[in-house]
Design a protein around this ligand. Structure first.
Ligand code: PLP
Length: 381
């Protein structure tokens, strides 16, 4: 194709950017345009689950787009069923129903909508420091006033302290709560874990007061915690589970797993792009690789090793997490450590607030790559 010249158009400047242009990825490594190689302990914000450019993933998407990229949800798409079958088996939720959309926020919007259709109520309880997305009700359910626009502040949501069951009971007992939405491991909130006792109590209370229990597994789910879902570290089964991020390994998509107690109604939910052929091919490839390469088990093993080693660093105040979702809290702001890691040691990491470094690597991180990270990390401390 001939290269044409265009006038400049400004990008809407909402992201503070690192001056790095990533152009290539393979497994747990990425390369910038100058050819510098980086170890990826961030997975592009917990999105890269099976590793960058996995050959099976590349093949599945390439073949699918050459065959058919998209057709609408008005005709049968057998790939959706193939995906649901795999997901049901790997997650242990084969008795649930699956609805596909395009992002995490959209998954949560649909989950809350389903809950409200179910019990006719409008109040939602979430944890303090919760992050559930940036759209309408998802952003209202996010505990950050800076990103809630006046048009989103509609008084539906109450924020409650994590693991403080009496506080949740006091609200639930009012009998008007539509849904409780929980991150079993808070991501943006700083890698904080619910206790199994809290989840058990919450399940009982939701049953008692006919409130829908939703687990937002968008960041902590899909194998990241060392079990398929983070709530599976407790004995509780939620009524609705939302997924996104790792489901497509970079292909933008989200999903909602819905208990059999919800009866689908034609037209009640819908989407143009959700569950399209290309997205399904990507998500099927992800689950194939997760199963064949034992990535959930790998996340548990390598994550446990990393946490054990990180706990030996006296500079770190606290190490929290499960599997390959790890937070390291420092007494002081971590901005400098993170910059040094990135620019001097070529390691991508994430952050929560000012004092927590967040690790969210691809689930295929090997023991050798974990060792390499620990070595480079030690050098910057
Ligand atoms: C727990 C959680 N829920 C929801 C979202 C929103 O997902 P998305 O950015 O795909 O809309 C995120 C994104 O970071 C998240 O971490």
């Amino acid at each position: 194709m001939v290269k044409l010249k265009y006038k400049k158009m400004k990008l809407y400047d909402v992201y503070p950017l690192f001056d790095i242009n990533i152009v290539k990825g393979k497994g747990c490594h990425v390369w910038d345009e100058k050819g510098d190689e980086y170890l990826d302990l961030y997975g592009g914000h917990a999105v890269i689950s099976i590793g960058h450019a996995h050959p099976h993933y590349v093949e599945m998407i390439s073949n699918q787009v050459a065959q058919l990229g998209f057709y609408s949800n008005s005709v049968i798409n057998k790939l959706q069923q193939e995906l649901a079958d795999r997901l049901g088996e790997l997650s242990g939720y084969d008795d649930y129903q699956f609805f596909l959309i395009n992002s995490g926020a959209e998954a949560n919007e649909n989950a809350l909508k389903l809950a409200s259709f179910y019990n006719g109520r409008t109040r939602v309880l979430v944890q303090e420091k919760a992050f559930h997305g940036r759209t309408s009700l998802a952003v209202e359910a996010t505990h950050n006033p800076k990103i809630i626009a006046p048009i989103n502040a509609n008084g539906h949501v109450t924020y409650l302290p994590m693991n403080d069951l009496p506080a949740w009971e006091a609200e639930l007992a009012k009998g008007d709560v539509c849904a409780v939405m929980i991150e079993c491991i808070q991501g943006v909130g700083g890698i904080r874990l619910v206790t199994p006792e809290f989840m058990k109590g919450l399940r009982e209370l939701c049953d008692k007061y006919d409130t829908v229990l939703i687990c937002d597994e968008i960041q902590c789910g899909y194998g990241r915690s060392g079990k398929f879902f983070a709530h599976q570290h407790t004995d509780v089964r939620p009524d609705i589970i939302t997924v996104a991020k790792g489901i497509g390994n970079g292909f933008p998509m989200g999903g909602v797993l819905i208990s059999p107690k919800f009866t689908p109604v034609y037209g009640q939910l819908g989407t143009t792009f959700g569950g399209n052929h290309l997205a399904c091919a990507a998500a099927i490839a992800v689950l194939d690789v997760m199963k064949q390469e034992g990535l959930v088990e790998n996340a548990a093993k390598v994550g446990a090793y990393l946490m054990e080693e990180l706990k030996k660093f006296p500079q770190i105040k606290e190490v929290r997490g499960q599997g390959l979702m790890i937070g390291m809290e420092f007494e002081e702001p971590i901005k400098d450590i993170r910059r040094k890691l990135l620019f001097e040691k070529k390691v991508f990491t994430g952050v929560s607030g000012t004092n927590v470094i967040r690790l969210l690597p691809p689930l295929c991180l090997s023991m050798e790559e974990a060792e390499e990270f620990l070595k480079r990390f030690k050098e910057v401390l």
